[in-house]
Ligand binder design. Structure first.
Ligand SMILES: Nc1ncnc2c1ncn2[C@@H]1O[C@H](COP(=O)(O)OP(=O)(O)OP(=O)(O)O)[C@@H](O)[C@H]1O
Ligand SMILES: [Mg+2]
Length: 356
């Protein structure tokens, strides 16, 4: 098992003329961590990875791998494995020859190459596929060959930029599980770019949410979901009902009475400044009878969507305010009808109060 390499971004930024691709970013990724970068298109994810790979020289700042400054080091000397979305295999080489390629470049002895290629093929569960040509493989199998080729020389650091982007949903989910397994076995540090929040949350030890060339927040997926620091993170991860706060009055210890632009007045936990209040759809209870929670509103069901394992109701509680409510469901769950008069409710602690 390889010892993963630590990575440090120290004030790294990238400017293309007037375009700011990356604002000064500082972040430390620990040895062996599976770290995901998540964010909308154009938020700077690939740029950040490119500065580690060495393809993109930063405008300012330094990149350190295992504590040494690699900012000026050429890419091929950084000892990094890479897997990219359409990182094509060499079409005229067999699977085994593709995987052997980086080892031949490094002039390893023949026997050693054969041994390592076999091991890499086993690792991605393609033991019998060494003699095939890439065109004779499915998309997922090709992706596994690319992974084997990136990992065959035991790099302590692997960069992956949307490696599953081209695969269908089922295959993606299978490959996510395999990548996690792979990470456990090889022990390398993995920097992983995706714009799929479920993928990031399913795989990463920690993740950074990027927006407009900056990291908005970094931490374990669960923490980011439960304690987003701003409205971008709250909205980007999962769903959130967002109400705009026009006045916040402290009422008791840690409790705020909020008046909102949308109309409803709420009781929430937090302290000023309060810009918005976010309530997750799964934290809201719904019933025909009044609900005994600190916040309870009458409303009317205006939409119902069935998704795997849950039902999502849209409930209008004011002219200007429709809340999304998600309840878990199975075959026995009674579904409330469209247009039903209902109550929705949640406790003060279920609303997150954030600066806007
Ligand atoms: N060579 C370049 N010249 C000018 N602008 C660039 C260049 N490369 C990237 N950019 C800009 O920098 C920003 C960040 O790009 P980047 O490729 O890092 O985004 P990303 O988060 O990887 O997006 P995606 O999810 O679409 O891959 C974008 O606005 C992009 O247009
Ligand atoms: Mg990109």
């Amino acid at each position: 098992m390889t010892r993963g390499a630590s990575v440090e971004f120290a004030g790294v930024s990238k400017q293309y003329g007037l375009v700011t691709a990356l604002r000064p970013t500082s972040l430390v990724i620990a040895q062996g961590e599976f770290f995901a970068f998540l964010g909308p298109s154009g938020s700077g994810k690939s740029t950040l990875l490119g500065t580690v790979a060495g393809f993109i020289p930063p405008s300012e700042g330094r990149v350190l791998i295992e504590g040494s400054d690699v900012t000026a080091m050429p890419p091929h000397r950084r000892n990094i494995g890479m897997v990219f979305q359409n990182y094509a295999l060499f079409p005229y080489l067999t699977v085994a020859q593709n995987i052997a390629f980086p080892l031949r470049m490094r002039r390893l002895p023949r026997g050693e190459i054969a041994r390592r290629v076999d091991r890499a093929l086993e690792m991605v569960r393609l033991g019998d596929f060494g003699g095939r040509m890439p065109a004779q493989l499915s998309g997922g199998q090709q992706q596994r060959v690319a992974l084997a080729r990136a990992a065959v020389y035991d790099p302590p650091l692997l960069l992956m930029d949307e490696p599953l982007g081209a695969l269908d949903k089922t295959l993606r989910e299978e490959m996510q599980e395999e990548l996690r397994q792979f990470h456990r076995v090889v022990g390398a540090t993995i920097l992983y770019v995706t714009h799929d929040q479920q993928e990031a949350a399913a795989m990463a030890d920690r993740m950074a949410i990027m927006n407009h060339g900056a990291v908005e927040q970094a931490g374990p997926p669960r923490d980011l979901y439960a304690r987003p620091e701003n409205s971008f993170v709250a909205r980007f991860l999962g769903e959130a009902n967002v109400l705009r706060v026009v006045a916040a009055d402290p009422v008791a210890a840690g409790r705020l009475h909020l008046r909102t632009e949308e109309g409803p007045a709420l009781l929430a936990c937090g302290s000023p400044p309060a810009g918005i209040a976010c309530i997750r759809p799964e934290d809201i209870a719904i019933a025909e009878a009044p609900i005994e929670r600190e916040n309870c509103f009458r409303g009317r069901i205006v939409d119902i969507v069935h998704v795997a394992g849950s039902i999502r109701y849209s409930v209008a509680i004011a002219a200007n305010c429709t809340l999304s409510v998600r309840v878990r469901s199975d075959r026995r769950t009674a579904v409330l009808p469209m247009d039903a008069a209902v109550h929705v409710g949640w406790d003060a602690q279920d609303a997150l109060v954030l600066p806007s």
